[in-house]
Each structure stands twice: as C-alpha cells, then as structure tokens.
Ligand binder design. Structure first.
Ligand code: ATP
Length: 353
C-alpha cells in the first residue's frame, strides 16, 4: 500500500516552495528505495476563496479527515477579504479541528547557514491547543472579547490532560535525543495556570528516570537561549511562549527560512514550516524552500515510526542530509546571504539526493 500525502500550497511563497518540496520528497523516496507516495492536492487560502468562497473548504477538511499525513504551505490571512480575515486562520483551524496538540519545532544549525550559535541543536515542543492563545482554546466562540469599546479581555486555558500529553511527548523525544527536558513557564506570576503547567510537566518527567529536567521562566529563557543555546535539548512550553521562542531559536540556528516543524496528534501529522507566507518576497522566486523540505522530512520520519518502515525513515534522513549538503556547498537563498533562487536551491538538494 502506498502512503497518501495531502498537499496544500497556501498563500504568498506557498505556490513556489510547496511544489519544490514535493519534488524533493519524490526524489528522496526513490533514492531510499521506498514506494512513491500518492499526492492528494487540496485547496486552501486565497486560491480556495477564489474557487469556493472560503479559505478552508469543507471538502478540504473532509478529505484531511481520511488522511494520516499532509504538508501545509503558509497562509496570509491578512490578505483575505472580510469576514475571512477576522476568523481563525486555516492553520489554526486545522490544528484545532484535528487536535494536533504537539507542535515540534527543531532548531539545528547547519554549516553554511550563518547561525548565531553554530552549536545549536534543540527542539521546542509547543503545546498547540490551549494556553494563552485565547482564539483557539474554546469549543465555540473565542476566548477574547470586548465588553465595551474600551475594555478587552482574553482568557488562558490549561488542563491537566492537555499538559500531561505534551509533557509525555517532550520526554519521549528527549529519550531519543540527549535526555534533557527544559520546562518554560511564568509560574512566579501566573501561579495557577503557568504554575500548573510546571507542576504537571515535572510530575510526568519524574516517570522518565532516564530524562533530566530543569525549568526556567520565559523571560530568563530568552536570555539563556541567546547566551548558551547549545546547552538545551528539548524545551517544552505552552502555545504562545513556544511560538515566540521558536522564532528566536530559528534565528539563533540560522534563519527562519530553515526552521521546520510538524504538528501531530496520536493519529495524524502535518508538516508546516515555522515561517509565514513572506508576502514581501512572494512571486520573486527567491524564497527558501529549506524549512518546508526539512518539515516534510520530519513528517516522513513520524510516519516511518508509526509504520515501523525503515525505507521511509531512510528517505527522511536523506532529505535532511541533502539540504545540509546543498548548504555546505554554498548554495544559499538571499535570506541566508546567498543569491540562489528557490529553483537553484531545490536543484542542489535534488542533485545531492
Ligand atoms: P506570519 O504572521 O504568518 O508568521 P510574518 O510576516 O510575521 O507572517 P513571515 O511571513 O514568516 O512572518 O516573514 C517574516 C520575514 O522572514 C519576512 O521578511 C520574510 O520575507 C522572511 N521569510 C519568511 N520565510 C521565508 C523563506 N522561506 N524564505 C526567505 N525569507 C523568508
């Protein structure tokens, strides 16, 4: 049986980088001797609004429900006409609908990527469904509202089961890496919410005797990362802290253009670059497809683990080593200080494969 992978181009630089990533996945599978995947293209974003009047058509969601894994390009909801601009963006909606609770965001410095700290090799495990993102932690409606024009209120949600599952995810990942987990929180101020996040993470980590655990306040953590990023292994934190810290760690490791991620539940996985749709450079052929290529590699690795599929795992490894080889050879897009376009970078990765 071949794997079926959803593919959603999205907005901005999406139509430039997503097809490049599909070419690289196909080539990596062939090089690893794995079966080809069956691609399932699905509309999302501006293209979907033009086609069917909504950025995330029901048909797209229905098809995703029957898939185990897919690749999502970036979205530019600021460019959507109202009412779509003000509603939860397609990526947030998909994460919430399919309960993709773990957002795994590695920051690894590749030679040739101009890292602020070349020794960086860490992973942020970000809780994706609760925390301080009030717009996605409710069953219906939003946790952000204005009782009067001069008063705005937002709530945060932390639940024991929600924290337990993300803490287990972080500890399991740490076991496969250097065995260290850092919990990031603000328990000194937000004693009940962030305090519970810290306490439950520590309780869960105690069940993994081979994993060491420490914790830091979010503000102190930003400083520690700038000064000594290579000392961190797996960082577990809530939704908004994770979003902010992962942009920081992406830059420490080299560039947002090389920062990958997957969003996973127990049953489904979605590859998605950490960066947005980069509307400032869209259509110019200079976007860095590296982050989404690495994200696709992570997705194949996640699928490989689920199916105990060694050729698929090999394809995932090949994607990462081919991106690294292109960078080592000095092929770099402008965000990395080079002058290669999206196609030239992709060709270098394909040649390495
Ligand atoms: P969002 O809110 O969706 O994250 P944003 O505008 O805040 O959107 P990005 O779209 O990620 O953030 O863009 C931030 C900057 O990084 C922009 O200058 C953009 O050109 C650059 N950038 C982002 N992704 C890439 C990429 N893949 N290749 C090159 N430059 C990129």
């Amino acid at each position: 049986m071949n794997y079926r992978l959803g593919i959603l181009e999205g907005d901005g630089i999406g139509p430039e980088i997503v097809p490049a990533v599909a070419r690289v996945v196909d080539a990596a599978l062939a090089a690893a001797g794995a079966k080809p995947v069956e691609w399932v293209p699905l509309p999302v974003g501006v293209a979907a609004i033009e086609e069917s009047g909504t950025p995330l058509p029901e048909s797209t969601v229905d098809t995703l429900a029957g898939l185990e894994a897919w690749i999502l390009g970036p979205h530019d909801n600021a460019a959507y006409p109202e009412p779509h601009r003000s509603t939860l963006n397609p990526s947030g909606t998909i994460r919430k609908h399919f309960d993709l609770f773990a957002n795994i965001r590695p920051a690894k410095a590749f030679p040739g990527a101009r890292a602020l700290d070349p020794g960086t090799d860490l992973v942020i495990v970000r809780e994706n469904t609760q925390g301080f993102y009030a717009d996605r932690s409710t069953f219906a409606g939003s946790g952000e509202f204005m009782p009067t024009p001069d008063v705005a209120i937002a709530h945060a949600i932390f639940t024991r089961p929600g924290i337990e599952r993300i803490a287990h995810e972080a500890c399991r990942l740490a076991r496969r890496r250097r065995g260290h987990v850092t919990v990031v929180h603000k328990a000194n101020v937000l004693r009940l919410t962030s305090g519970m996040f810290l306490d439950v993470c520590r309780e869960v980590a105690a069940r993994y005797p081979d994993v060491t655990v420490e914790d830091h306040h979010i503000d102190a953590m930003a400083v520690h990362l700038l000064r000594r990023a290579p000392e961190f292994d797996v960082i577990v934190t809530e939704n908004m802290f994770g979003d902010i810290l992962s942009d920081l760690t992406a830059e420490i490791a080299g560039s947002l253009g090389l920062a990958p991620s997957v969003n996973v539940s127990g049953e489904q996985g979605m590859a998605q670059a950490t960066h947005g749709s980069a509307p400032d450079i869209a259509g110019r052929g200079i976007a860095n497809p590296g982050a989404l290529m690495l994200s696709a590699g992570m997705l194949l690795d996640w699928l490989a683990a689920r199916h105990d599929d060694t050729t698929l795992r090999r394809a995932a490894e090949l994607i990462e080593s081919a991106v690294a080889a292109a960078l080592r050879a000095g092929v770099a897009t402008p965000d990395l200080g080079g002058d290669a376009g999206t196609t030239a970078f992709t060709d270098a990765v394909l040649a390495a494969l």
